[in-house]
Design a protein around this ligand. Structure first.
Ligand code: TYD
Ligand code: MG
Length: 455
């Protein structure tokens, strides 16, 4: 008989304690303990203690690598973020805020013509609801099976019977195991279910994709331990008022995490955006002031983005400074540099800053483009056509090279830009690209001149 017992778990890190604690000794979080009723099977002796060990230590050079097969998920953006497809037998966690499109994305993977036998398990929606969604997306995989269930033991029994290549579990917060008494979504349930799924994936070679909700604070709901258990953590982000979504790798045991995938949410599901610059640049009938283009890099992917600034006379004593999708402190720093080094009277001005597509950016290589947009709006003069910028600005007004400047230049040239302003401190050996003129400046004072002067 299983013995019923209570335990206390830290909501932040999953630390287990026999009594309630005000502060977690493991992660230092205050007031994070919750009581959960758990029932543990007693009497089982761990295999290693019983003397039945399944593996032995071995020399690295003697380890034979089994074929790390990667599954093509039928979606170029996700394949790229994963580093060339999903490794067979791996466990992936997809996190994101409610309504961002996690269910849509994962159902789309299950339904895409990738030649995989897929099982989509939903603890949130009925088969009819899933069918409605599937019809919007388009059913291109006849081997996709849908299952509405929340009990982990039943789900595993079905996986055993169907033997799919890929299983999607929507979501980890709704499933529960019979081994533990606490309710679905509690720390102990999430921890136990994820650990069971990981063991199952490793032993059977089935690839499992689990969806996790994100809390208000931006963490994946449930313990941090969930992120430690899984092989790959992907985050789906975006502004729900906007149609663009970004898929970002946060952890990847089989590859790098610097790639991003860009999607557009349409009536018929998520569309891959293979050329993000095309949606982030607008073509205006006539040149407008306050608009500049920055050559940016997210991870290793270069793209061009439109920066918009509005500088107007402050109506009240303290000027307003407002940035959407950008760190206001960094914007204030750039404005202070413009004030001190270029002599612009920013203290009497309200400044608003915005990026195309509702994108959030943190690339310091966009400093020059932001300064250019502010200068253009301040003087109310449009920048010359076909110009973009890539460079970081220091506190003394020096212009420093942006990381991966060569890639930024190449992307700007590919999109038909005629001039790119970069740091004068770039090595002289920087590759030049045909069709684009590279303008080097070493201090911010030189910026206004290159932005407007006609040849
Ligand atoms: P959903 O995948 O349910 O989000 P999550 O699982 O992350 O909570 O997606 C929710 C939103 O996506 C919903 O508000 C409607 C929108 N949507 C579309 O715009 N087009 C579509 O084809 C689908 C299926 C959803
Ligand atoms: Mg959902």
């Amino acid at each position: 008989m299983a013995k019923v017992k209570k335990a206390y778990f830290c909501k932040n890190c999953g630390f287990e304690a026999p009594k309630w604690l005000g502060k977690c000794p493991a992660c230092g979080e205050w007031n994070s303990f919750t009581e959960e009723i758990i029932a543990k099977e007693n009497g089982s002796v761990p295999a290693a203690v019983a003397g039945v060990s399944s593996s032995r230590p071995q020399r690295v050079k003697d380890i034979r690598q089994s074929d790390r097969r990667r599954l093509d998920l039928g979606n170029a953006e996700i394949n790229r973020v994963l580093g060339g497809g999903m490794v067979a037998g791996s466990l992936i966690l997809l996190g994101g805020e409610p309504g961002i499109g996690k269910s849509t994305l994962s159902l789309q993977i299950a339904l895409s013509p990738n030649g995989l036998k897929t099982l989509y398990v939903s603890g949130e929606e009925s088969p009819e609801q899933i069918k409605m969604r599937a019809e919007r997306i388009g059913i291109a995989n006849d081997d996709c099976v849908v299952y509405s269930e929340t009990l982990l033991e039943n789900i595993i029994a079905q996986i055993n019977e169907l033997q799919p290549d890929l299983v999607v579990i929507d979501s980890i917060q709704t499933i529960y195991t019979d081994l533990i008494e606490s309710s679905a979504g509690s720390v102990s349930q999430i921890r136990e279910c994820a650990a069971t799924l990981l063991k199952y994936a490793k032993s059977s070679g089935t690839s499992i994709f689990i969806i996790g909700h994100i809390t208000k604070e931006g963490n994946i709901a449930g313990p941090k331990i969930l992120e430690h258990i899984v092989d790959v953590v992907l985050q789906f982000e975006g502004d729900s008022n906007n149609i663009y979504r970004i898929l970002r790798g946060i952890k990847n045991r089989f590859g790098a995490t610097f790639e991003i995938g860009v999607f557009e949410m349409l009536d018929s599901g998520l569309r891959e955006v293979d050329n993000p610059s095309a949606i982030l640049l607008t073509h205006y009938d006539e040149p407008l002031s306050g608009i500049s283009v920055g050559a940016s890099v997210d991870g290793i992917r270069p793209y061009l983005i439109e920066v918009q600034a509005l500088v107007s006379n402050a109506a009240y004593g303290t000027p307003q400074r407002n940035a959407t999708g950008y760190d206001t402190r960094r914007m204030n720093m750039l404005l202070a540099v413009l004030e001190k080094r270029v002599g612009m009277k920013m203290f009497t001005k309200d400044v608003f800053l915005n990026f195309a597509g509702g994108f959030r950016v943190s690339d310091t290589g966009l400093d020059l483009a932001i300064a250019a947009a502010v200068i253009s709006s301040y003087f109310d003069r449009p920048l010359r056509e076909g110009l973009c910028c890539a460079g970081e600005i220091g506190l003394s007004g020096e212009v420093r090279p942006a990381p991966r400047t060569e890639q930024r230049i190449a992307e700007a040239a590919r999109l038909g830009f005629k001039k790119i302003v970069v740091s004068g401190y770039m090595p002289k050996t920087t590759k030049t690209v045909k069709g684009i003129e590279i303008v080097r400046i070493s201090s911010i004072q030189q910026l206004p001149r290159v932005l407007f002067t006609e040849e």
